[in-house]
Design a binder for this molecule. Structure first.
Ligand SMILES: [Zn+2]
Length: 118
């Protein structure tokens, strides 16, 4: 099958890294890859995106929150290719524009600017 979304969106990431695995569709906030590059640079190891955009159906299947930022292409779940999860979370936390949750088996990040004012 032709990989429709196989092109670079930043130095280390391709659009298809963010696509929904069940449909190969994707939405991506255009500044998210830049922030992920900053995380990877601070972390000092390569990171892999285990989940980016999710369709509502896929999000529901895997038990994602109904208001998840994965639904709008503003979130990514990150796993270290090498290095430690805690260090990856610490590196992500240094990027102020990202809201970060260390979920143990991945680090969830989303764009703070998408969040409603508190
Ligand atoms: Zn997530």
């Amino acid at each position: 099958m032709k990989r429709r979304n196989h092109f670079r969106v930043s130095e280390h990431f391709d659009l298809d890294d963010f696509e929904d695995p069940t449909t190969a569709t994707v939405m991506l906030c255009d500044d998210l890859p830049t922030y992920l590059e900053a995380v990877q640079e601070r972390f000092g190891h390569n990171i892999r995106i285990s989940s980016g955009y999710r369709t509502p159906a896929h999000n529901s299947t895997i038990g994602g929150a109904p208001t998840s930022y994965h639904l709008v292409g503003g979130a990514a779940d990150l796993v270290p290719v090498t290095g430690r999860m805690d260090d990856l979370a610490a590196a992500a936390n240094m990027i102020h524009d990202l809201y970060v949750i260390n979920e143990g088996d991945h680090v969830h990040v989303h764009l703070r600017r998408l969040m409603p004012p508190s």
